[in-house]
Each structure stands twice: as structure tokens, then as C-alpha cells.
Design a protein around this ligand. Structure first.
Ligand code: AGP
Length: 608
């Protein structure tokens, strides 16, 4: 997944492009480039490496004059990270230049056709095909050329395009990759995501699939795939600008971990009214809720892990069968979606390609769909029948923390609401759970304040090569998330295992000193998991246990214990994950990894 920006206005474009790319670097950061047009000439600079390299190459953009330009920060899909594969890509006579987020799936065929017509390629990217295809179809009218290209290419794209013949204009078009337009004071902008334009404007347009945009310094025009002009309404962004800044924290991830108490409260408060749960945006009445026969929860990565937690809760509390799928599996497994099925797609970005495709598959099979999404106006938010937003605010760090925590809250609320409607919990139980929800923010805060102790413990494991996390039931789901957090930001091999499954093979990997993180918050499974702790300990493991206050006898079995305060048994994930997030964070920092932008990753994977 990559980040694209564009600007046209009264100011020099290059510094504005670099500033916008800096806000999008979390979307991809193996190379970057910008192109500007001035006096009928297009100039371009691009470089492998972080944006800093390009910034230094262009002296903060000062060496590139011109008031119209496009920029790109890359997460490589086709062609290794290199200067030549960095975007933008330009046609042979340097009259058309393009930046692209997405994948052109039929680029090989298009490339062969173009080569037969004498086009020469210099890069290994799919994107370069677009520059030459635009050239092939361009006869003076950019919109006509763009629509023709749209009819030829398959796959996903958000494009920023400059045409030398139209120096004071920036063109853009999207299909399945995100794109927004910002209407600013000094000019107009395009970007992959809101943070890139917030410094210049709060008035944005969310571009729908197959819509084309033409910006000049005053006006913004929109067209459909047939080249007909269309009208669009703008939206006002309410975020404060600092929300997308580090705010004095060393890393976005640490800042976002500390924002969890507020994010959790902001997500549940609007949905607790008159002592009960009210989810107005659900779009499902009592009868429809009572008729639900099965729930499918579909997501990727950490969002998938919240779905695994929710399965235990929905089935135990609401008595509704639940299937949880990784989106990349769901969309190809021919899911049997019968009548009265609800498909819940969970996604922080709302742009994850696999999750978006799964949503479309579920709708095509006639399911009612609900999105649990953090980014307002994102593709999944718009395409699901209904959307329940998590109010975590912008999440910049690639490793999710506050969005994960708010996804859990949304799922708790949903299961409480369904259980209330279906009569599987009493009013008293509901009231008790609401009180437990209200206690979560300060309990999370208390656990976050434990960070020094966790940092000291983490520093003992910087050289670890293999770490295991085990648990049963909801604790197994927590182990999955703990394991992913450690893997993705510290590059240590980590595995989450159902505690009861270890003895069926994996326990052979336990050696003297192997770290095993045991999550033991499900009191009814406590003894079983403690016996698994003893199994690994007798084989040399060092056991870190995360368990409920009061379970002090665990200190006879575990080497290091972190206690979480009392809460509803269904909500323990929200608390147990906090020390485990901190553990991963401090291991990553201790190893000198790039916490916010880990190698090989991107914040939202908008390609398959
Ligand atoms: C989690 O820390 C990772 N960044 C990743 O697993 C992420 O949860 C996954 O890619 C899903 O992203 P989404 O929530 O934006 O769809």
C-alpha cells in the first residue's frame, strides 16, 4: 500500500508535497518521489529509502519550482525498492507523469501490447504501464485519456497525474484504493488519506470508485467513468491537527497506547443511554436481531483477533453461532451464507483489500453486512449496509493498539445489545456489564502506568529468538494479538498457541530459557492453563503470566506475573493486552527497530 499526494495552487508545490508525504509515510516507506510542472515542463525527483532521502535530495523541495505537482511514498508490490522503481513514472517524451497506489493486475498483458507498439519500459513496476497507456490514449483531452485507461486496466488504483500540456492542473482517479480531495485556501490537494491535507484544509471530498477529479488552483471538477461532469458534496473533518502528530511521545505507537483510555470511552459512551446499550447506527430492529441465525466475523490481522474474542462472547452471551474468518480465506472458501446471516467486517482503515473483497462477497451472497471501522468515509464504511464507527481517532503507527481496543468495545456493545434483545441476559447482568465498561478506561490507564516494570522485563528478552504465547478461550485470542504485536515490531519469531494444544507437537520447541507468555484471565479455565504452564516450565521455559488480581498462587508456577484488575470475564482482553502491548513496544525499542514503521509492513494493506 502506498501514499499519494497532489497540490495545485499559488504556493510552490514541492515543499507541500513533501509535507503531505510525511503524513502518509506510514502507508509505505521504501522509496519516494515527486514531480512538478512549470512553464510546460515536468521535472521529477525520486529516491530509494525513507522520505528523508528525497527531502535532502531536493533541499526540502526548494530546488523544484512550480505550483502544481504530485508525490508518492511506496510500499513495493512489483519491482524491488529502487530509484528506478520509485514513483512517479513518466512517459517517454516526459509529457505525462503518474503516481499510483494499488495493483494493476493485467499489467503484463498491457505491457506486452505497448511494447509491440514501440513503447520502452525502464522499471519493473506495474505503474509504469499507466504512464505509457495514458500516452497512448492522450490526444489533447486528459479526461478522455483517463477514461480510456480505466476501461483497459484491471485491479486497484488511486492515481495522481500531471499532463505537460495542462501545467496548472492535477488529475486524479480511483478504483478500490482510497483517495480524497482537499479544498484549501492557497490551492487544492489530493491525497490517499486525510492527515496529508489537514494542515491546509478541513473541507474534503471522499472520492468514490471510478470517479475522476481535475483540480486547478481555484476549482475542483469531478467526472464519472463516461467523462460526464458530476456534482459532489464536501465533508468537514472534525479531527484536531495534533491528533495526527506525535504530541511529545517518542513514537506514535506509545502515544496511541496512551490514548486507549480515551478512545475506549469515546467508543462506548455514545452508545450507553438511559442505563442500556443503544446502537442507533446498527440499522437492525429487534425482530431482525432475534432472527439472526449465524454471525460471520471477517477481518485481517489484529482486527481478526478481536473477532476471535467476539466469537466466545457472542456464543456464550447471545447464544448465536459465530464463524470467524481471515478475510483472505473467507473470500475464496465459498462460505455458506444462509438467510438471516449477519456478516461483520472489522477494519481500522476501512481500506484493507481482502476485507473489502470479503464484504463484497458477503453482499453478493445476500448477507446483511455491518462494518466496524475507524476511518470515517472509508470504502468498507461506505459499502457495508451499516457501519458502527470506532472512535479511536487517527491511528498512525503500523502496529494497531487503540483501534484494536476500540474494536473490542464495539463488539462487546454489539453482543450486549443482541443479548438484551434476545433475552439471553438479565437487566441486572446488563447493568453490571455497563458498570464494568465504565471502569475500563481508568483500569487501562493504571496498567499503562506500570510501564517501567514492563520495560525492565522486556530488556531481558531483546535477544530472544522464539517466544510463545498460550491461553484458552478468550485468553487464546489475547495470545494471538500479543504474538502479532511482538512479531511485527521486534522481528522476533513468536507463536500463539491454544494452551491445550501445545502437548500435541509444539511443546517439542520449548528449550531452556524459552519465554512463554501465558494469559490466564478466564477463571473457569485457570487450573487447566496453570497445568500447561507447569508442562512448559518443567521443560525449561521461563513463564510470564498475565492473570487476574487475587490469583497469587500462580506465583508457584510462573516466573513473572502481571496482574490485571477485576472486570467482566468477557472484557479481560481489553486489560490483559495492555502489558503485552507495552512488552512488545519496549522489546522493539530496545532492539532499535523502527517501532512506527516496521520493515516490510504498511499501515493498511490495500493490495491482495
Ligand atoms: C496490526 O498491528 C497490523 N497492523 C495488521 O495486522 C492490521 O491489523 C491488519 O492489516 C488489518 O488492518 P485493518 O484493520 O486496517 O483492516
Amino acid at each position: 500500500m502506498c501514499g499519494i499526494v497532489g497540490y495545485v495552487g499559488t504556493e510552490q508545490a514541492a515543499p507541500i508535497l513533501l509535507d503531505g508525504l510525511a503524513k502518509l509515510e506510514y502507508r509505505g516507506y521504501d522509496s519516494a518521489g515527486i514531480a512538478v510542472s512549470e512553464d510546460g515542463k515536468i521535472s521529477m525527483k525520486k529516491a530509494r529509502g525513507r522520505l528523508k532521502v528525497l527531502d535532502e535530495l531536493t533541499h526540502g523541495g526548494q530546488t523544484m519550482s512550480g505550483c502544481a505537482g504530485i508525490g508518492h511514498t511506496r510500499w513495493a508490490t512489483h519491482g524491488e525498492p529502487s530509484d528506478v522503481n520509485a514513483h512517479p513514472h513518466i512517459n517517454q517524451d516526459e509529457s505525462i507523469v503518474v503516481v499510483h497506489n494499488g495493483i494493476i493486475e493485467n499489467y503484463q498483458k498491457l505491457k506486452k501490447n505497448l511494447e509491440k507498439r514501440g513503447y520502452e519500459f525502464v522499471s519493473q513496476t506495474d505503474t509504469e504501464v499507466l504512464a505509457h497507456l495514458l500516452d497512448y490514449y492522450y490526444h489533447g483531452d486528459p479526461i478522455e485519456a483517463i477514461t480510456k485507461v480505466m476501461h483497459r486496466v484491471e485491479g486497484s488504483y488511486a492515481l495522481g497525474i500531471l499532463f505537460k500540456d495542462h501545467p496548472e492542473k492535477v488529475y486524479a482517479v480511483r478504483k478500490d484504493s482510497p483517495l480524497i480531495v482537499g479544498k484549501g485556501q492557497s490551492g487544492n490537494l489530493i491525497a490517499s488519506d486525510v492527515p496529508a491535507v489537514l494542515k491546509y484544509t478541513r473541507e474534503v471530498f471522499f472520492i468514490q470508485n471510478e470517479e475522476i477529479v481535475c483540480l486547478d488552483r481555484e476549482e475542483i471538477h469531478f467526472y464519472n467513468v463516461d467523462g460526464e461532469e458530476i456534482e459532489k458534496e464536501s465533508s468537514k473533518i472534525e479531527w484536531d491537527v495534533n491528533a495526527a502528530e506525535k504530541g511529545g511521545y517518542e513514537h506514535f505507537m506509545l502515544k496511541e497506547m496512551y490514548e486507549q483510555p480515551k478512545a475506549v470511552r469515546d467508543t462506548f459512551s455514545p452508545r450507553i443511554k438511559n442505563g442500556t446499550v443503544e446502537i442507533e447506527e446498527l440499522g437492525m430492529g429487534a425482530e431482525e436481531i432475534k432472527e439472526i441465525k449465524r454471525i460471520f466475523i471477517v477481518a485481517c490481522g489484529s482486527a481478526y483477533h478481536t473477532g476471535v474474542t467476539a466469537k466466545y462472547i457472542f456464543e456464550e452471551m447471545a447464544k448465536i453461532p459465530v464463524e470467524v474468518d481471515m478475510a483472505s480465506e473467507f473470500r475464496y472458501r465459498d462460505p455458506l451464507i444462509e438467510e438471516h446471516s449477519l456478516v461483520i467486517i472489522i477494519s481500522q482503515s476501512g481500506e484493507t483489500a481482502d476485507s473489502l473483497a470479503a464484504l463484497r462477497e458477503a453482499k453478493a451472497r445476500g448477507a446483511k453486512t455491518l462494518g466496524i471501522v475507524n476511518v470515517v468515509g472509508s470504502s468498507i464504511a461506505r459499502e457495508a449496509d451499516n457501519v458502527m464507527y470506532t472512535w479511536a481517532g487517527p491511528e498512525i503507527a503500523v502496529a494497531t493498539t487503540k483501534a484494536y481496543s476500540t474494536q473490542l468495545i464495539a463488539l462487546y456493545l454489539l453482543s450486549m445489545h443482541f443479548s438484551k434483545v434476545r433475552g439471553t441476559i438479565t437487566e441486572e447482568e446488563l447493568t453490571e456489564m455497563i458498570m464494568d465498561l465504565n471502569r475500563l478506561p481508568e483500569q487501562i490507564e493504571m496498567l499503562l502506568n506500570n510501564k517501567e516494570r514492563i520495560q525492565r522485563f522486556a530488556n531481558r528478552y531483546l535477544a530472544a529468538e522464539n517466544v510463545f504465547f498460550i491461553g484458552r478461550g478468550i485468553d487464546y485470542a489475547i495470545s494471538m494479538e500479543a504474538s502479532l504485536k511482538l512479531k511485527e515490531i521486534s522481528y522476533i519469531n513468536s507463536v500463539a498457541y491454544a494452551a491445550g494444544e501445545l502437548k500435541h507437537g509444539t511443546i517439542s520447541l520449548i528449550e531452556e530459557g524459552t519465554l512463554v507468555g501465558a494469559v490466564v484471565t478466564q477463571q473457569h479455565l485457570y487450573k487447566k492453563t496453570v497445568s500447561n504452564i507447569e508442562e512448559v516450565r518443567t521443560r525449561g521455559a521461563f513463564v510470564l503470566a498475565v492473570t487476574n488480581e487475587g490469583n497469587t498462587d500462580i506465583e508457584k508456577s510462573a516466573d513473572y506475573v502481571i496482574y490485571i484488575p477485576p472486570t467482566n470475564k468477557y472484557f479481560t482482553n481489553s486489560l490483559a493486552i495492555i502489558p503485552l502491548q507495552l512488552f512488545s513496544y519496549y522489546v522493539s525499542v530496545g532492539k532499535g527497530c523502527d517501532v512506527d514503521k516496521p520493515r516490510n509492513l504498511a499501515k493498511s494493506v490495500t493490495v491482495e
